[in-house]
Design a protein around this ligand. Sequence first.
Ligand SMILES: *[C@@H]1O[C@H](CO)[C@@H](O)[C@H](O)[C@H]1NC(C)=O
Ligand SMILES: *[C@@H]1O[C@H](CO)[C@@H](O)[C@H](O)[C@H]1NC(C)=O
Ligand SMILES: *[C@@H]1O[C@H](CO)[C@@H](O)[C@H](O)[C@H]1NC(C)=O
Ligand SMILES: *[C@@H]1O[C@H](CO)[C@@H](O)[C@H](O)[C@H]1NC(C)=O
Ligand SMILES: *[C@@H]1O[C@H](CO)[C@@H](O)[C@H](O)[C@H]1NC(C)=O
Ligand SMILES: [Fe+2]
Length: 452
Amino acid sequence: MVNLTLLLCLVLGLCFSCRAEIKPDSNNNALDLDIVHYQPEQVHLAFGESVLDIVVTWNTRDNTNESICEYSEYSDGSKLDQVVKSAQGPVRFVDGGAKKAAQFIHRVTLPQLKPDTKYSYHCGSNWGWSAIYWFHTPLNHSNWSPSFAIYGDMGVENAASLPALQRETQLGKYDAILHVGDFAYDMCHEDGAVGDEFMRQVETIAAYVPYMVCPGNHEEKYNFSNYRARFNMPGNGDSLWYSFNMGPIHFVSFSTEVYYFFNYGMKLLTKQFAWLERDLAEANLPENRAKRPWIITYGHRPMYCSDDKEYDCNGQLETYIRQGLPTLKWFGLEDLFYKHGVDVEFFAHEHFYTRLWPIYDFKVYNGSAEAPYTNPKAPIQIITGSAGCNENREPFSKVLPEWNAFHSNDYGYTRLKAHNATHLYFEQVSDDKDGKIVDSFWVIKDKHGAYM
Ligand SMILES: *[C@@H]1O[C@H](CO)[C@@H](O)[C@H](O)[C@H]1NC(C)=O
Ligand SMILES: *[C@@H]1O[C@H](CO)[C@@H](O)[C@H](O)[C@H]1NC(C)=O
Ligand SMILES: *[C@@H]1O[C@H](CO)[C@@H](O)[C@H](O)[C@H]1NC(C)=O
Ligand SMILES: *[C@@H]1O[C@H](CO)[C@@H](O)[C@H](O)[C@H]1NC(C)=O
Ligand SMILES: *[C@@H]1O[C@H](CO)[C@@H](O)[C@H](O)[C@H]1NC(C)=O
Ligand SMILES: [Fe+2]
């Protein structure tokens, strides 16, 4: 009987019920399965309009026509009884490369969640579901102490910080992650396949904790299309700039790349600058600053050159980010951030870690000689671009500038815990030294606001 069934099945070619057709690809050296791909992958989270609106993004190679998330308060996952279905459905994204590889990006918002609550969820469609993941919502007021991991420049290859970040995220150590530009190296490579690989790698972090990003120079190709398609940051824009509030912090994310890639239009630079002015002015309204005293910015390329790269320093230690456009000096960010009392600024791009003394216009403005970061008289800048990528490390300038407080060439990432309105605590973790803390410091401020 069994043999007869097998024979019949072989004769009719019906052994496999899927409609797989195996054929060589164009190079004749690999097998390409002509099957549909409805399986969700690359699941990642971000904050939406508030930190209690969690946006889930994932993708499928083929169109499922549906984007659905099922979730509930934390459980074994057997009863994900709340359902959100995207009204818009999946959005087709075509990579700019030669193959014009297409995929479908799904986006669903889990709205108005309960604060300080652990949730289980999975996403997909009736054609297939992701694994069940969990996340823990933040509180929705300023009186708590959120923790962050912050880094830039992490690629698919040599992602030195990834194992530690995976472990610590799974242990619930962070309330959000900030990836300060330069992903995958590069997301557009191999017709977007490197982007897919990167997003699968960081799913082990980003499916559990909001993964907040800003664009770097490695995202530039095809007008930042991979970045814009794959990430959904707060606001109605395309994630190039946005802000959000968490605990006692107002975070501002922006694109340093609008200062460099004018081939995509000068308009982006002027639009972003106007937005930054408005956003910072609003954050500084007395009632807002009282609630969220800390203003922390993150953008990819630093204001101060700390290595000898011509490209960034224009041969004279000068950056467009700091000063604005060459000659004209328009749209410089140092004056803007100084005027609006930004407390701390994160950058990346240089593949190392650097802590600066409080600085404005090349001059150090310590709080005092004994306690430089207690009531500093200028913003504090940190460069954290050493999470690891295939471009390896970068050497620090041979001559240490006066503003250099500490630097390390170890691979690693930064931790921030915002204790309260007056105290921030920072640590630099070294992957080379097995998680050893190679730098730590407190920033203490009795009052916040413009420095001048
Ligand atoms: C999605 O919709 C298109 C157009 O209506 C249809 O051709 C396709 O079969 C649908 N796909 C699925 C998975 O239902
Ligand atoms: C956040 O907190 C405020 C004030 O406590 C409350 O009115 C609001 O409903 C909360 N938002 C959500 C989404 O729970
Ligand atoms: C690049 O994309 C931005 C949106 O992020 C758009 O405003 C701009 O016009 C685009 N530029 C070009 C040259 O396509
Ligand atoms: C700032 O403080 C540090 C640490 O005390 C000190 O080494 C440095 O010289 C100070 N810089 C200035 C300009 O006071
Ligand atoms: C703020 O946090 C610091 C460090 O944990 C602590 O010493 C200080 O007492 C806190 N301040 C208030 C007002 O709770
Ligand atoms: Fe970079």
